[in-house]
Design a protein around this ligand. Structure first.
Ligand SMILES: [Zn+2]
Length: 53
């Protein structure tokens, strides 16, 4: 199976997952770092990126 790095980057870029409730949030990377984004379900500021090993 062939991988498409560009497609994956488009798919996962700017999407984060709440560490508490696993809600997906689409947000700017800088805003996540600056904690300007709140989870809409649990109001947490803790997010991780979608791709995780
Ligand atoms: Zn949450």
């Amino acid at each position: 199976m062939v991988k498409f790095p560009e497609a994956e980057a488009r798919k996962f870029r700017n999407i984060f997952i709440c560490k508490k409730c696993s809600t997906k949030i689409r947000a700017n990377n800088m805003k996540i770092i600056q904690e300007k984004i709140k989870c809409r379900r649990c109001n947490s500021h803790k997010f991780r990126s979608v791709r995780k090993k």
